[in-house]
Design a protein around this ligand. Structure first.
Ligand code: SF4
Length: 227
């Protein structure tokens, strides 16, 4: 095995976003990302190189009986898919669930590793908030892969005051097409919510009236001051 991955951090903590909020997970934060979202507050550039073997040995130091799943997070873990292709089969041998946190744009990389993934937490990126253009076509292809493989998937969506009606409609169209839950996550700066109460409720009502699998879930870990 010659493949190495650059990893920013490995830590045992609590999932603070989405439907698995509150579950204990082992987080592996991969360095690098293919996007540059305006609201990104994650430090993922500096890290150390790990081989498959050294990362597995690191994972084994944790009490895997106590965790719900291993979260592959970033950055964007799928940009290191060559490493994941070797690492994930070995990780699965430890009997853990694999939870992939992804920006939902790298469908070819997903295809290479999806057989080892149990849960996909993907993002719907909105240009109004992330300022990286519209990515609905990429999200569509990505969700098609996930759906064909039958992997449990949901989409989180960070929004602010500037969310547009057409963005809401595009996200609902995709969510309906693949029958997935949409998690509305008001934008935060540190532990401060940057969206007004009225806008949060207006956005939630707009989504939920058109799509019943809508949920409003904030980033709970920021209030508890845990990573
Ligand atoms: S996709 Fe995620 S990690 Fe990458 S820049 Fe956007 S918020 Fe940051």
């Amino acid at each position: 095995m010659t493949n190495n991955a650059k990893i920013a951090e490995i830590f045992d903590s609590i999932q603070g976003e989405g439907p698995y909020i509150g579950y204990r997970q082992l987080f592996i934060r991969f360095c690098g990302c293919n996007l540059l979202c305006d609201y990104c507050d994650t430090e993922f550039n500096n890290g150390d190189l790990y081989s498959v073997e050294t990362l597995l040995n690191e994972v084994k130091k944790y009490n895997l009986e106590a965790i719900h799943s291993v979260s592959l997070t970033g950055g964007e873990p799928l940009i290191q898919y060559e490493f994941l292709k070797e690492f994930l089969p070995e990780l699965k041998k430890l009997g853990v669930k694999v939870y992939l946190e992804t920006n939902g744009t790298l469908s070819k990389a997903l295809a290479d590793v999806i057989q080892y993934v149990d849960i996909i937490s993907m993002d719907f990126k909105l240009d109004s908030c992330a300022k990286i253009g519209d990515l609905y076509n990429k999200h569509d292809v990505f969700l098609e892969q996930a759906s064909k493989a039958g992997v449990e998937t949901f989409a989180k969506l960070v929004f602010d005051e500037t969310i547009k009606d057409f963005e809401i409609n595009e996200c609902i169209k995709l969510a309906q097409k693949y029958d997935i839950a949409v998690i509305l996550q008001p934008k935060m700066d540190g532990n401060t919510i940057k969206v007004s109460h009225d806008k949060i409720m207006e956005t939630f009502n707009c989504f939920s009236e058109k799509y019943h699998k809508t949920r409003l879930i904030g980033q709970v870990h920021k209030f508890f001051d845990i990573r």
